[in-house]
Write a protein that binds this ligand. Structure first.
Ligand code: KE4
Length: 425
């Protein structure tokens, strides 16, 4: 028995499924979840002290690798002066200014404690602003666990959503439409049919949560024009993509301006955080200025702010993204070459330093295609590489994350391991 196995046995007596977030239970890949004792740079160490190259990166926040000295110093310096006060601090101003610098579409920011909270608040704001109830999300996109976003497509297309989780009421789900990603005609028809009823469309502009899936052609620009012409608020959920590929987001890369942006993960440098932002006119509807109520005990807490400021300032350093994205290209290209050489059907989708190796033929452009991936083969791959000291996301439908702490040496070490295990797939 490993220490992780012992801890998992004990954890299951006290924590639901032995975890505090479902994906950590390794349900879709089998095997025993790791318990991590510490991490440094590109590596994590499990409770038995076994070392792994980490491609989970806490699902996005750890873009500088673990325990980056500048982030550690900022956190230590700040926490010595107090953990949280229930009053404002200078760090909130500094981090808000960095966010606004990176996202010109944002004139005002509100910090919260998670991506879920950011998205939940953004939807409430959009509904208040438009005085409409319906919202549209996309199959395969995940925006946290607020009730109205845990909805799945009904039987017929263009019907109201159905609860995607126990405890979500039919009425709640009925206010949510589910659209296929990368299908602009579907949206044109939907908006015509429900003209004047739809408050917001929320999208992961580059998807991470069905695995990495990119918008095709002018999809995002067409989406923006369509929502504008129908008076629908466009919400970019950039919780995962914010500051991932460049010092900004998909909106700055693709030149598409959403009405509201949600952020999280990287802007907290590994500490709990979320944020939503928009033009002043919209944000001034939020309490204490306006009628949209939203609050939080730990919102804007000084330690998260300090970790976020240190992280974003480090990301501003010249050449940071160029080398991070280049190292990731080395990994993606290396996997593609191995799959071709070994005749394994694989597609490696990439956005900056997030990738997904799909075990399938043909490009993945939406959820129906993502679901065609061979999840059993991914599970086998996952369990072979974890044995060899590579920690990847325990699901085919997640993104892998590379950090600035990953060097070409780490990548080549990874590819050597893949070269071995892929012969067993
Ligand atoms: P949190 O509430 O987990 O901070 O953020 C929710 C969220 C919102 N929007 C996007 C685009 C997200 O990716 C997430 C959370 N991402 C998952 C990874 N698939 C977090 C990992 C987990 O659930 O444990």
């Amino acid at each position: 028995m490993t220490r992780s196995q012992d801890l998992f046995t004990e954890a299951q007596k006290h924590l639901v499924g032995g975890v505090d977030s479902p994906v950590r239970a390794f349900k879709s890949v089998g095997g025993n979840p790791l318990f991590i004792s510490r991490a440094q740079g590109a590596h994590i160490y499990d409770a038995d002290g076994k070392k792994y190259i980490d491609y989970v990166g806490s699902y996005g926040p750890m873009i500088l690798g673990h325990v980056h000295p500048k982030v550690l110093n900022a956190v230590e310096r700040t926490v010595k002066n107090g953990f949280c006060f229930g009053a404002s601090t200078e760090g909130e101003i500094e981090l808000a200014m960095l966010v606004k610098e990176a996202f010109p579409s944002i004139e005002m920011v509100r910090f919260v404690n998670s991506g879920t909270e950011a998205v939940m608040s953004a939807i409430r704001l959009a509904r208040a602003y438009t005085k409409r109830d319906k919202i549209v999300k996309f199959s395969g996109c995940y925006h946290g666990h607020s009730d109205f976003l845990l909805a799945e497509a009904g039987s017929g297309l263009m019907t109201y959503g159905l609860p995607a989780s126990a405890g979500v009421t039919k009425n709640t789900a009925q206010d949510t439409f589910i659209a296929p990603y990368n299908d602009i005609q579907f949206l044109k028809d939907l908006f015509e049919k429900y003209n004047g009823e739809i408050a917001a469309v929320i999208i992961e502009p580059v998807v991470g949560n069905m695995g990495v899936v990119l918008p095709e052609g002018n999809y995002l620009k067409e989406l923006s024009a369509l929502t504008t012409s129908h008076g629908i608020q466009l919400i970019f959920d950039e919780v995962m993509t914010g500051f991932r590929k460049e010092f900004g987001g998909v909106q700055t890369l693709f030149g598409v301006t959403p009405d509201i942006t949600c952020l999280g993960k990287i802007i907290g440098g590994g500490m709990p955080v979320g944020a939503y932002g928009a033009k002043r006119e919209l944000m001034e509807m939020v309490a204490p200025l306006g009628p949209v109520y939203q609050a939080g005990t730990l919102s804007g807490n000084p330690v998260s702010m300090a970790a976020g400021i240190a992280t974003l300032n480090e990301l501003k350093e010249p050449n940071t993204y160029a080398s991070l994205n280049a190292v990731t290209t080395r990994l993606a290209e290396g996997i593609r070459k191995l799959a071709t050489a070994k005749n394994i059907p694989m597609q490696v989708a990439k956005h900056g330093s997030m990738i997904t190796p799909f075990f399938c033929d043909g490009k993945v452009t939406n959820y129906d295609l993502a679901k065609k991936a061979d999840t059993d083969r991914y599970a086998k791959f996952f369990n072979l590489i974890i044995e060899s000291g590579i920690f990847a996301p325990p699901s085919q439908f997640e993104a892998w994350f590379v950090s600035t702490a990953h060097t070409t040496k780490h990548i080549d070490e990874t590819l050597d391991i893949f070269d071995e295990v892929m012969d067993e797939l």
